[in-house]
Design a protein around this ligand. Structure first.
Ligand code: DGT
Ligand code: CA
Ligand code: CA
Ligand code: ZN
Length: 580
């Protein structure tokens, strides 16, 4: 049993309890699920060592939740869950994946139309039955159908943020085997694509059969799709697929190049190789029968007359021509993409003043621990009432609290600064929901769209452009509002937003939260080319989210951004001088 399974069970129970209109308990389950998601140690191990007391000590897990965990460890099930599932036999996790469909709606759909699955819902909506329910209407029915389309299209792909930590752990376990010389991720994971179809792992080994046996002993799989002397494919218990291949050590470079992809990059590269009289395959670069390069990827690219191309750039967006030009001393060459680990701060962080889980001080200390020198606290403002959005008065009192925390950090000799900020809502008319004289007192003002998503492109663009014109608006947060696999970006003219950013000196955010990754890579490339500055922010709602920054850096790299394009890669004073 692993923590993730239990976390998923807990969040499902939370949804069921919400259907039942139970108060407080859903939040307790939700909170425990969040904690379990990111807990490093297996709860089972904690329980073995310290019993239920140990579980109770996990922050965010109270006595009641500890008992449920114990029940699960002992019996493999949770009675409350089984009871709820019997009573409301709907696929609640799936149904609530549809944008705009919450637990209460699921209840009504079940009560009136016996809808249990997405397929049931689609059928009913297409037959016009949903609109006839109390509180639904034609508009809701249309939105549900759109939402279903979106879920269907993104089915089978997984967020990088879900897969990446899993793969990191798996690679560690593979490297721990005496039969494995090296183990790396290839495919879309190595390219750090925002979503992953399947996981590709490459290893080298002197004993392939034994290495494959080791792989199967450390992966908890549901089924084996296929198994050969040097290859195995499985479906994991989590539901995604892994392809693992054993490569001969001497052609590792060529194999890594081939299996990293993308397919489009490989096709272009192979065509170029052919035009120069070479043949390129996963076994190496050949002229006739003679193998010219195969040990490392660098060798392969070099033999083709190119500089090394970072995996994040391998999408056939001009990188091969750029690499050729670079060697010939022509411009523009390949970008010098921003290195991992080069951020000095984080400019979007939420705390328990609104919908975050942790305190300002806890967020600051964790950020410091992760090597940052500053963070901006950007809790939500007034119009987002459901998050406890702050009005001017509350914002001013938070500023005083931040002064105190900075003072405390200073007296403790910590070189770290907490900046005063806010995530201010852009209203429908393009005005902001906090008064200018209070915005003027903040170090960092983020602005974002959190309501009225369905405006026309013209109106939405005008709304955002107007807000960017505010002399205090420093950063446009998650500029397109998309939620990967859940909600389409709102209609907005990004060329105009980019032009306005340049003109007004507004920074564009690369939001690193795995389901946002907004700006998307193609927009980052446009923004960087236009000379806009950007900020990579975690949008953390708890200390465990601060690590998301690396997905933001990955996205920036995929968008060809360099360190100089990213303001929070600069030291504090320089960063501040780049704001309005
Ligand atoms: P995914 O899994 O959909 O997120 O995307 P990838 O890029 O990981 O694609 P996948 O798993 O089908 O294949 C892994 C890599 O293997 C791919 O990036 C390039 C290489 N590859 C696979 N099939 C072909 C092919 O037919 N032609 C070429 N040139 N390369 C291929
Ligand atoms: Ca793949
Ligand atoms: Ca694959
Ligand atoms: Zn937000």
């Amino acid at each position: 049993m692993d923590n993730k399974e239990l976390a998923s069970l807990f969040s499902t129970i939370a949804l069921y309890l919400e259907i039942e209109d139970v108060s407080f308990k859903p939040q307790a389950y939700e909170r425990a699920a969040g904690v379990l998601e990111t807990l490093q140690e297996r709860v089972e191990d904690i329980y073995k060592r310290e019993g239920i007391k140990g579980l109770d000590k996990i922050p965010g897990v109270g006595k009641g939740m500890a008992e449920k965990i114990e029940e699960y460890i002992k019996t493999g099930a949770i009675g409350e869950y089984e009871k709820l599932r019997k009573k409301i036999p709907v696929d609640i996790k799936e149904l609530t994946r549809i944008e705009g469909v919450g637990p209460k709606m699921v209840r009504d759909l079940y009560k009136h139309l016996k809808i249990k699955t997405i397929a049931d819902l689609e059928k009913a909506a297409k037959a016009g039955k949903v609109r006839k329910l109390p509180n639904f209407g034609e508009r809701t029915e249309q939105n549900i159908l759109q939402g279903i389309e979106f879920v269907k299209r993104s089915k089978g792909r997984w967020l990088l943020g879900t897969i990446f930590p899993y793969v990191e752990v798996l690679l560690g376990k593979l490297e721990g085997s005496p039969f494995v010389t090296r183990a790396v991720a290839a495919g879309s994971i190595r390219r750090m694509k925002e979503t992953i179809g399947d996981v590709d792992i490459l290893i080298t080994s002197k004993k392939p059969e034994k290495a494959i046996g080791h792989f199967l002993s450390v992966v908890s799989y549901e089924k084996i799709w296929g198994k050969g002397a040097t290859k195995v494919s499985v479906r994991t218990r989590e539901g995604f697929d892994i392809d693992m291949r054993v490569l001969p050590e001497e052609v590792f470079g060529a194999g890594l190049q081939y299996f990293t992809g993308s397919k489009e990059h490989n096709v272009r590269l192979r065509t170029y190789a052919a035009s120069k009289g070479y043949k390129l395959s996963e076994y190496g670069l050949f002229r006739g029968k003679k193998r010219i390069a195969c040990n490392t990827e660098e060798d392969v690219y070099k033999a083709l007359g190119m500089n090394y191309i970072e995996p994040e750039l391998r999408e056939d967006r001009g990188e091969i021509d750029a690499a050729l030009r670079q060697v010939q001393g022509k411009l523009p060459g390949l970008p010098k993409v921003i290195p991992y680990g080069s951020l000095k701060g984080d400019l979007q962080v939420q705390t328990d003043w609104t919908d975050g889980k942790d305190s300002i001080e806890a967020m600051a200390r964790e950020a410091k621990k992760q090597g940052l020198e500053y963070i901006a606290i950007t809790d939500h403002t007034r119009d987002l009432a459901m998050t406890g959005g702050m009005d001017e008065k509350k914002l001013l009192s938070q500023m005083r609290e931040i002064d105190k925390i900075n003072e405390k950090l200073k007296t403790q000799g910590e070189k770290f600064r907490v900046l005063k900020g806010a995530e201010v809502n852009i209203r429908k008319d393009g005005t902001l929901d906090i008064a200018d004289e209070v915005l003027a007192k903040l170090d960092v003002v983020g602005i974002s769209v959190h309501s009225n998503f369905k405006m026309t492109k013209k109106d939405m663009t005008a709304r955002i452009v107007k807000a960017m014109g505010n002399p205090h608006a420093d950063i446009l947060f998650h500029p397109t509002g998309r939620l990967i696999a859940k909600r389409e970006a709102y209609q907005v003219d990004m060329d105009e937003v980019i032009a306005t950013a340049k003109e007004t000196g507004t920074i564009l955010e690369i939001n690193a939260f795995p389901e946002r990754l907004d700006l998307a890579d193609s927009n980052i490339k446009k923004a960087a080319e236009a000379g806009c500055k950007m900020a990579i922010d975690s949008d953390a709602h708890s200390i465990s989210h601060l690590g998301y920054l690396r997905y933001g850096i990955a996205q920036a790299r995929r968008g060809w951004a360099e360190q100089q394009d990213i303001i929070n890669s600069y030291p504090l004073e320089e960063m501040l001088s780049l704001l309005k």
